[in-house]
Structures are given as structure tokens and as C-alpha cells.
Design a protein around this ligand. Sequence first.
Ligand SMILES: Nc1nc2c(ncn2[C@@H]2O[C@H](COP(=O)(O)OP(=O)(O)OP(=O)(O)O)[C@@H](O)[C@H]2O)c(=O)[nH]1
Ligand SMILES: [Mg+2]
Length: 296
Amino acid sequence: MQTMHKAGFVNIVGNPNVGKSTLMNVLVGERISIATFKAQTTRHRIMGICNTDEMQIVFSDTPGILKPNYKLQESMLNFSRSALTDADILLYVTDVIETSDKNSEYIEKVRCQTIPVLVLINKIDLTNQEKLTELVETWQGQLPQAEVIPISATSKFNVNYVLKRVKELLPDSPPYFDKSQWTDKPARFFVSEIIREKILLYYDKEIPYSVEVSIEHFKEEAKIIFIRAVIYVERESQKGIIIGKEGKALKKVATEARRSLERFFDKKIFLETFVKVDKDWRSSEKELRNFGYQLD
Ligand SMILES: Nc1nc2c(ncn2[C@@H]2O[C@H](COP(=O)(O)OP(=O)(O)OP(=O)(O)O)[C@@H](O)[C@H]2O)c(=O)[nH]1
Ligand SMILES: [Mg+2]
């Protein structure tokens, strides 16, 4: 007897910095979504698609849920909210650090879901059995219909079990995307994300949050890709910080980004970077739309 094809949307949601992007990358087996130690690393909804002959799992990584202070964060929250409306399976990620009383509003929405919900308690490498047992009980109490699974994304503990449960819960359906497709984002998106990742890693305070990276030129040849990237900041003073003394800071970012890009595309990369001021871009609806963010 022929088995039915399975396919569905598996949306990864939760608070900032709990390890959603790290988990998606482990589940998909590719470094699709940037992950850093700083909160609010992810700003978009990013799909990572797993294809086999019998199955298509469409994972979506989303920005951490937060109370918006400016327009960019409103758009980020829209992505997290949209993930509640079109999922076949919901992966609510928390970790052993945050407490379960954060974001009660969003958790209430998760509680009302009729689809399967897996609560993944991440970073269990950082805790002990006793505290973990307590956490599992607390989360089970908060979301009685959910299956609570302790995991560690970085040590890959229990991640295969999560994947097994996802496959079991996946509905019968034809594929949603061509089987050769592994994401919904174009190559340029990954270039700008990889550069933004280096900025999150190498600059402090508000700098990474004031930065947007735009790819003005992307030309792929057989063995090399030519890229011109513009790093936008909100104010003139931030431009100086990004460039650094004698251009050293920017040079480090560009070198590190080029190395990561060469690994990502498996090709030689020629990367030029420029820094420009786009005053208060993250509060401007027009600028945000130009950068590909959606607003209501
Ligand atoms: N110790 C430990 N750290 C982890 C684990 N999983 C993720 N991390 C770390 O947690 C930090 C945040 O990871 P991300 O994957 O960027 O978290 P996120 O939920 O996508 O964060 P936002 O995009 O900001 O919402 C990174 O420094 C990861 O290395 C884990 O299992 N154990
Ligand atoms: Mg993330």
C-alpha cells in the first residue's frame, strides 16, 4: 500500500534569546538563521525546509516576543504573532533561565491553540535534574495540552526526539513548496544577515540594534560572488563607531563576514562594505518597508 505524503508548517516561537534560531539550524541541519548571545538577533520570519520523498517539513524561525518600543519591533512582533495563525505544529521554546510568568498574554494565546504544541525547555546543559523536574511541572501546569520536552540545542540533546514527534504529528498533505527549495529567502537576505551577525558579535549596546544591512550588488559567477553591502546606522556618531579607529573595526567585521559567506555559499567572495546614515530608520514606516519589513 502506498503511504500518503506528509507536509506542514512547524513554527518556532518564544521569548528572545531562548535558542529558537539555534534549534531551527540543528533541526534543518544547515546554518539558515543567525544566532548570537544577544537578544533580538532574529528580526524576520525565516523558513527552513526539510525535504524527503515522503515528507516536507516547513520550519519557521521567528523573532523573540517582546513589547515593541519602536516600529521595527512592531514588525518583529507581527512575525511572531503570524506564526500562531498558520502553524500545523507549534514549537514553543523556553529555556532553563527564563521564568514561565513572562509573556502571559502570548502564552494564553498558545493555550487556546487546537493544534499540537510542544514546549521545548532548552539549555538543559545549564541546570540540574531537580530544577529541571520543577520546570517541567510548572510548564505542564501552564500549558496542560502541550507535550513538554527538555532539550539542549547546542549539545543536540533530545533534538532527534523532537524531530521524530514532529514527523509523527505532521498532517497528510501534498508539498507546499518545490522539493528543491530549502528556504523562502533569497541569497541577498543571507548575505545581509551574516554581516548583521558579525555586527551583533563585535559591537556593544545600541549599535547592533541601530544597524540594517542592505545588499546593493550581488553578482554570482562560476567561482566567485561579488557583493557590495551598505551598513545603515541611525546617527552620524554611530557611523564612526562602526568604522572604528583607522577603519579597523569595519575591516574585522568585513573579514569575518567574508569568511562566513565563503562557507555559506562554498565560493570565493569579494565583499565591499560602506557605512551610511539613514536617520532614525527603525522608526520610519517608509524606510522599514524599503528594508523588507511588514507593518499593519
Ligand atoms: N548553553 C546553551 N546555550 C544555548 C543553547 N541553545 C542556544 N544557546 C545559546 O543561546 C543564545 C541565543 O540563541 P539564539 O538561537 O540566537 O536564540 P533566539 O531564541 O533565536 O534569540 P532571538 O532571535 O534574539 O529571539 C546563543 O548564545 C546560543 O548559543 C543550549 O542548548 N545550551
Ligand atoms: Mg533568533
